[in-house]
Design a protein around this ligand. Sequence first.
Ligand SMILES: NC(=O)c1ccc[n+]([C@@H]2O[C@H](COP(=O)([O-])OP(=O)(O)OC[C@H]3O[C@@H](n4cnc5c(N)ncnc54)[C@H](O)[C@@H]3O)[C@@H](O)[C@H]2O)c1
Ligand SMILES: O=C(O)C(=O)C[C@@H](O)[C@H](O)[C@H](O)COP(=O)(O)O
Ligand SMILES: [Zn+2]
Length: 382
Amino acid sequence: MTSPSVRPAEAGEAHTVRVALGERAYDIRIGRGVTAAVGPELATLAPGGTVAVVTDTTVEGLYGAAVRSALEQAGLRCTLVAVPAGEGAKGWRELERITEAMLAAKIERGDLVLALGGGVVGDLAGFAAAILRRGVRLVQMPTTLLAQVDSSVGGKTGINSPHGKNLVGAFHQPSLVIADTGLLDTLSEREFKAGYAEVVKYGLIDDEPFFNWCEAHWAGIIAGTDAREYAVARSCAAKAAVVARDETETGDRALLNLGHTFGHALERLAGYDPARLVHGEGVAIGMALAFRFSASLGLCPGQDAQRVARHLAQVGLPTRLQDVPGGAGSADQLLDAMAQDKKVSRGALTFILARGIGRSFIAKGVDPAEVRAFLARELTTA
Ligand SMILES: NC(=O)c1ccc[n+]([C@@H]2O[C@H](COP(=O)([O-])OP(=O)(O)OC[C@H]3O[C@@H](n4cnc5c(N)ncnc54)[C@H](O)[C@@H]3O)[C@@H](O)[C@H]2O)c1
Ligand SMILES: O=C(O)C(=O)C[C@@H](O)[C@H](O)[C@H](O)COP(=O)(O)O
Ligand SMILES: [Zn+2]
């Protein structure tokens, strides 16, 4: 992912990252205080229009009034619907509720949907925007680290099914992303660390220098030093480069799925219960497993797998199946869940494995017997 170079910002400086998709290209505005742009930017996109703000109950309480005021001051009508906070909202029930609420508000094709929240809100609202009147423009306003570095960019939207993660959805690119890094100041440490898993993922995929930088600066991202803006900008640039080349994951966009074949299975088996496991934690365990699995196959130096797990654990992220409260399930249950992964092709499992840190690759047709044996070993290792 040779992403456009990003230089450390001066204190308070904003970044703009471009997602180059031709006529559907859009900007990602990154920086402390860029919320100030939400009114003027959306008034430019939909002059005199209506903005349907979709958020969750936590974010509404923190930022809902300020965003509504900014939109109304820019001459826009604003409606707002809030879903319960957490992964449980990313399903049919809330999709129906917010879609019907937007129809009741007479949101027109020329209006806007503003996703104000983390990745759950972004995926849910994005899917609602994709299907409302067969497509309404979307603006992403991510308020978690995970959403700012990953879910708000690239157009993957959707909901979960009891069969698995993100199994119903659509590709629906935003028209704009407004990532105010100052909004992260109210985020819990657990959620910060969960988002960090998707930051360090970019280094593990194909950017060892960035992994080295993460090892040295991870605490600053959480503390809110300039490292936060740099990490968000660097991550967005890396994702933007992949999405521009392979928008609908026919090829190397699958690399962004590192850790997710295992991670999504863990989230499903944990019942999408944030009290047990949140997405970034599942991804952290999944990445550690992917590197250990690669090492067990002789593909990756064992010391790289150890270095990855050591760093994730140092940050405070889980790295083992045993770290899932209430247990991760059996090897067969995990395999059954992985069989629903969207990278499965003609029934064969696809994993993102690694030849080393920064040298991940797409491994198709992985032998399920090797996966089962690996999981059985992992489950019995103290
Ligand atoms: N579409 C994609 O490309 C993509 C990429 C990565 C992850 N995802 C999806 O994103 C979801 C995870 O997103 P997430 O980690 O943001 O979780 P989340 O949306 O559940 O947010 C985490 C928690 O933080 C709270 N919160 C949000 N912003 C806050 C703020 N500024 N201050 C205080 N609290 C705040 C929320 O209310 C919630 O309780 C998963 O469903 C995952 O599948 C999608
Ligand atoms: O944008 C992508 O492509 C990713 O894989 C990013 C992931 O971090 C994200 O969790 C995504 O939603 C997973 O994609 P899915 O196709 O496995 O649902
Ligand atoms: Zn993810």
